[in-house]
Design a protein around this ligand. Structure first.
Ligand code: ACO
Length: 370
């Protein structure tokens, strides 16, 4: 047996959803740069699920379906009200998404038709849950979702209870496009492993949320903001980063298992961070981020990943820090569910082996002698 730690370089499945070839990311063969500039998140969701971009009526129909299914069962909202006051936002999302299955009579139906309906419903409901959680913990009532608006618009509306600014909607929409899928990343793999046992789609997405939560994966965007807050101001960047690097500590938002020459999504988020900084007249977070990049890339050769500039983007949009990873989940739900559907279509149980390194030839010692 040859063990490849972290399964690095192991090709575990075929997939026609997204590809990373020579550092270029595509969804269904379309370059992410093209999608980031020219497609909305709803168009990307359609693309990932159905394999092609929608025409206008297909897009309208999908937006209609999102609107019809965005409300979350009252029982799930009541449960959120019972969560302890300091509940971790990703733990809350994981628990609430798991609860959704209890109120969906089709939760265990396995037809392709039932599963695509559930994918659309989950995609519509996750933003509602995140926004409701954020309001409930502040003692506010959740805001009911609107129909006929984009997911980015609805999320910002449900979060604040106010009509969101168009610039903010556009920025969030583009961030959602950039995070929607990423080949066999850890959370998508977790989703596929779960449903490969022929478990249901809610179990797959719940597993994925658990995997996304960690700071080596989706949790890194929040960790970047923690670092920016710790640094505090531009003048402290150099000493802070140099000390971290000298202590061989990881700098969150840098490095990637697959991209060694840079994450193609990062430049879009960097541009967004700069533009939002200019618009709001506060460039400090952007300038601090650029300085961090200069130091980390200069000294370690590591490039920023998708999470690095997301932190300054979301902060400039006045989104609380601990909602950054749930926003990642709002977006990645499209990719998770597309992969779940693909896994069901051509399923085989995922069951690798482990090389045993423990003791051998042991015996049961009677309990009194242990
Ligand atoms: N800061 C400092 N050094 C780093 C960083 C970093 N962010 N990332 C990797 N390195 C160093 C490691 O210390 C290691 O050095 P060594 O060989 O001297 O021990 C070397 O680069 C290889 O790093 P690994 O952790 O083995 O790389 P791996 O492919 O396993 O991990 C990962 C990739 C988890 C993304 C890693 O780069 C990391 O921890 N980055 C910070 C967390 C982060 O930003 N995660 C988000 C990733 S993108 C996403 O999931 C959405």
């Amino acid at each position: 047996m040859t063990v490849t730690k972290g399964l690095e370089g192991i090709v575990a499945t075929t997939s026609s959803i997204s590809s990373i070839i020579d550092g270029v990311l595509t969804y269904r063969g379309i370059n992410i740069d093209d999608l980031a500039e020219h497609a909305s998140f709803e168009e990307v969701a359609y693309l990932l699920w159905y394999g092609k971009l929608p025409n206008q009526s297909e897009l309208d129909e999908l937006i209609k379906k999102f609107g019809e299914s965005a409300a979350v069962p009252a029982q799930v909202l009541d449960q959120i009200k019972l969560y302890p006051s300091k509940t971790n936002s990703m733990a809350a999302l994981r628990t609430a998404v798991s609860s959704l299955a209890l109120y969906d009579e089709s939760a265990n139906e396995m037809s392709q038709e039932a599963n695509i309906k559930k994918a659309i419903k989950l995609q519509a409901q996750i933003p509602t849950i995140v926004a409701a959680f954020a309001r409930i913990r502040e003692g506010k009532e959740p805001v009911a979702p609107k129909s006929g608006v984009s997911i980015a618009y609805n999320f910002l509306y449900m979060l604040t209870g106010q009509e969101p600014d168009q610039v903010a909607v556009k920025a969030l929409d583009q961030a959602l496009v950039l995070h929607a899928d990423h080949e066999l990343n850890a959370s998508t793999f977790a989703a596929r492993v779960t449903v490969a046992t022929l478990s249901d789609i809610y179990s797959g997405v719940t597993s994925a949320i658990g995997a996304l939560k960690g700071p080596l994966h989706g949790g890194a965007n929040e960790a970047v903001m923690v670092m920016l807050e710790e640094i505090g101001s531009f003048g402290n960047v150099e000493s802070y980063i140099n000390e971290k690097l000298a202590n061989k500590e990881k700098i969150m938002g840098f490095g990637h298992r697959v991209y060694k020459n840079g994450d193609p999504r990062a430049k879009h988020l960097q541009k967004m961070s700069r533009e939002l900084g200019k618009l709001t007249g506060n460039m400090e977070l952007y300038e601090m981020s650029v300085k961090i990049e200069e130091l980390v890339t200069g000294q370690k050769g590591l490039k920023p990943n998708v999470d690095f500039y997301s932190a300054s983007v979301y902060t400039t949009l006045q989104i609380p820090r601990d909602l950054f990873t749930p926003i990642f989940a709002i977006s990645r739900c499209t990719g998770w569910t597309a992969h779940i559907l693909e896994q069901y279509e051509n399923n085989r149980l995922i069951r690798p082996r482990a090389e045993y390194t423990g003791p051998v030839d042991q015996k049961v010692t009677p309990i009194a002698q242990r």
